[in-house]
Design a protein around this ligand. Structure first.
Ligand SMILES: Cc1ncc(COP(=O)(O)O)c(C=O)c1O
Length: 356
């Protein structure tokens, strides 16, 4: 029986993408070769890479001042690659400290230059997005995590700053419309809304590069990847192909306008249900709740455990909160049908009635 998938990442993907990817593993485009067998410098794969790159730009409405890269090492590698490329030893970068992933990015940036904390939500366990930021004008950039996958909070506005904006959009890229051209660098691991694990999408405005004196190892220098068009070394061919299929699907379904409408619909259903219950409670301030990852707790650890057992018995996977914060979490990425949220809400209500 197919499971209801609430995983935070790797996560649910559109059925049609899975079918096309499966077919391509057997025979890619009728070539008599698997996608796993073709060379990365063949015309076949270069077509995939070019389509993937132009779909990123089309979906995010970006012009040619931006470059799209498909890299390896996950978003975690970007935590160090960003400051290595943008932050000189005596420079300062501002960082928003709003969750576990942002904190990890801060830790890495400190290895390369000075870090100024523009805002922090640590005082309340990252249960909100701060409204007040301090960003020194000499900051090389301001970094923030647009959606805090673990804590379940999301920036519903773009932080004001007169310095280049850098965002980790790993868990909400392609889920909503934003003025993406206001950013200088965006990165995202693909394994939530943008495909399978193994590739990281990096979108960078060329004019912020080349401004520091540091020697950068070739494989970590964005300029080399730009010049080589993401073919500096063997790229994750299959993961890039799955990302391309996922972006095609997003476009066919109506683009980011439609993805955002669906995300609003799914999360409204979930949060409205949650707010009527006695046993469960949302963890994040209402106005800052994530449309992608809803985090909540049950009244006691025993009830939480019992609820997870019920989820398991009903074929619902991925509901346990991140190991560092505990509690419960439901992730609702682009590919999730509304019915999957409704089924979960039915279980929440039944459980609540039984244990109130
Ligand atoms: C917002 C965010 N940033 C970074 C990461 C780390 O990504 P990776 O495992 O691809 O390095 C994650 C993983 O879930 C994430 O949600």
């Amino acid at each position: 029986m197919k499971k209801y998938n609430y995983n935070s990442g790797p996560a649910i993907l559109p059925e049609t993408v899975l079918e096309q990817a499966a077919q391509a593993v057997i025979d890619f485009n009728g070539l008599g070769l698997s996608i796993l067998e073709i060379g990365h410098r063949t015309e076949w794969f270069i077509n995939v890479l070019e389509e993937a790159s132009s779909l990123v730009k089309e979906l995010l409405q970006l012009d040619d001042s931006f470059e799209v890269l498909f890299l390896q090492g996950g978003a975690t590698t970007q935590f160090m690659q960003v400051p290595m490329n943008l932050l000189g030893e005596s420079d300062t970068a501002s960082y928003c400290d709003n969750g576990i992933w942002g904190s990890k990015a801060i830790k890495e940036a400190k290895l390369f230059g000075n870090v100024h904390i523009a805002c922090s939500s640590k005082d309340r366990g990252h249960a909100y997005i701060p409204r007040e930021l301090t960003v020194p004008q000499h900051s090389k950039y301001l970094h923030f995590t647009s959606n805090n996958t673990v804590e379940g909070s999301q920036w519903h506005f773009i932080p004001e700053a007169n310095v280049p904006l850098v965002a980790d959009m790993s868990s909400d890229i392609f889920s909503r419309e934003l003025p993406f051209d206001k950013f200088s660098l965006i990165y995202a691991g693909a394994q939530k809304n943008a495909g399978a694990a193994g590739v990281t999408i990096v979108i960078v405005k060329k004019d912020i590069l080349g401004k520091i004196g540091r020697a950068i190892p070739s494989i970590l220098d964005y300029r080399n990847h730009i010049e080589a068009k993401s073919l500096l070394n063997t790229p994750p061919v299959f993961s890039i192909y799955v990302s391309m299929l996922t972006m095609r699907w997003i476009k066919q379904e109506g683009g980011l306008t439609e993805m955002e409408r669906r995300a609003q619909q799914r999360s409204n259903i979930l949060y409205e249900t949650l707010d009527t219950l006695n046993v469960f409670e949302g963890k994040v301030d209402k106005q800052d709740r994530s449309l992608m990852n809803a985090t909540f707790t049950a009244k006691t650890p025993e009830l939480e455990k019992l609820f997870l057992e019920e989820c398991n018995a009903n074929g619902m996977v991925g509901v346990k909160g991140h190991r560092t914060v505990g509690g419960l979490r439901v992730s609702m990425y682009n590919a999730m049908p509304v019915s999957t949220v409704e089924v979960f809400c039915d279980l929440l209500k039944t459980f609540d009635r039984k244990h109130s």
